[in-house]
Each structure stands twice: as structure tokens, then as C-alpha cells.
Design a protein around this ligand. Sequence first.
Ligand SMILES: [Fe+2]
Ligand SMILES: [Fe+2]
Length: 308
Amino acid sequence: MTGAGTSPRRAGRRRRRPFSVEARLAEHVDRLADEHPPIPVDSADYSMARPELLAERFGPVLTYMSRVELEVERNVLELNILLPDPPAVDRHFYADVWLPQETHHGLLLDRLQSLAGLPPADPDLTKVDFSYRLLGSLGRWSAVQDVSRMLYYLTGVATEQSAILAYNKLHQGLLELGERAVAATIVAPIRRQEPGHFAYYKIAAQGLWTELASWQKWLVRTLRRHTFEPVGAYTKKQWAEFGAVMHHLGITAEGGGGLTRYAQQIGRVELELLWAQKQGLRVPAYVVNSLKSAARLAAAERSVSPSK
Ligand SMILES: [Fe+2]
Ligand SMILES: [Fe+2]
């Protein structure tokens, strides 16, 4: 953003950040760009055996995932505000590689849901929450920006892990419905791109965590505990919608065990980094409690309106 490669602040940060992490990230982003160009929307086979049944079974999943994928456009605006002076490799990743890939995921899912007779996606592409502006202005101090960056990486890890698991379940569910074409040409190519995003955030989070001072680690733990939310759930309505996604993917149908396993997978990396000192802890409580709240909200809505 600044191109200020010679400023003392950037030079200092470069010295602090282990070269191996920076180099690994740069190499990883180049490989993602080479091997995973955005999936052309016209490359997919949208033919469906029973579109009404597909919409009934997986409509809430398609609606939610298409919105979240398309809202990456707003997420990039948020990142530009949150991180006034990020490492160049982060900006290259989110602006040049991650954004176009995710946007195409959203476009593919949106086309599919329209063809299945569902309403088009309605993403919010512009409304940036005030908290980003606040943290962004504090981020002029690089020590504070590092806390924000850590939270960004942790959110990325949890978000991408949620997506991987959701697309695995969706793929399996579509095959069980006999919808081979859309499973093979839409969901399978999308889910092949998500692990690369997850790996980026994991490498970045592990690298940065070792560089943080004790007070920064404390602040990250505290903020994370109080701000964790399921991917794409910013309002109570969206929390309930996320609960419906878990329901339609069969995650909550497996009883409490399915939800706990899902939470463990989403929270594994931050459990190992942030909470390593808590012997015996299997999942951060705020992760599993958030998913339970979402499931409860969705169950309450289903009791009023059983089609949800
Ligand atoms: Fe995606
Ligand atoms: Fe992703």
C-alpha cells in the first residue's frame, strides 16, 4: 500500500518476521495463483436431475454460502481499513488471489441456486463495521496492527476450515441425491481451492504468534474470546441461518457429537496456539458455544416455520 520499503518501521518489521515464514507464504501464494485460477462460471455443468428437491434439501446452504463467498469483496475493504500497513504478501494474497477465487465460488453457487428456482444472492458489499475503523486507526501503531493481523489470520483459519467441512458435506449430500453433474463440476472444484486458503492463514498465524509479546497474546486471546462468530454471521438472523446450514448439512442431525466435532475442527489451530497452556482442553469454549447458539436459534425458527 505504502511502497515504503525503506522506512525504518517496515525495515524493523522485516527483521522481526522470520524470513522463512515470509518466503513460505510468498511461494505458497504464487503456487495458488498458478495452480488455481478462478473457476470460470461457464465451465460448470448446471444440469440437475430434480432441482426442486435440491432446493428443498440444500437451498439454505447455497443461499448462505453464495452470500458469504460474494461478501469477500467487502472483506477486502475491511482489511484495507483494518491493516493500514500490512506485509506485502498478505495484500497480494487477499487482493490478487483469494478475492477472485472466492468471488467465483460465489458466482458459481449463485448461478446454481437461481437455476434451482431460489432467489439470487443478496450480499452486503459495502457496509463496513465501525470496529474495523477503530482498530484500523489504532493500527498506526505496528504493535496494535500485529494484534489485528493475528485476529485476521485466526478468523481466516476458522472460516476456511468451516468452508472445507461444509463443501465436503454438500458434495456428499448432492451425490446421495443423485446430482452428479453439479457435485462434480461446481462443488468439487470449489472445495479443491479452500485448503490452499486455510494453509495460508495457518502458516501466517503460526509465524506471527511466535513474534508477539505477552501483552499482545493476552489481547488476542481476550478479543478472540469476545468476538468469535460463525463464518458470515454478523446478525442474529444470520446466526440462525448458519444454524440452518448446519442442520441441512446434517451436522446437528448427528446429535451433540456432530456439532462438537465440527467445533473441534474449526478451533483446532487456535486451540494449539492460543490455549496450549490449558491442558486437557479439547475445543475453545467460545467456538462450541457459538455453534450451539446458532443451532438453537435455527431450531427455534424451525419450530415456527418447519420448512427452514
Ligand atoms: Fe470459497
Ligand atoms: Fe476460501
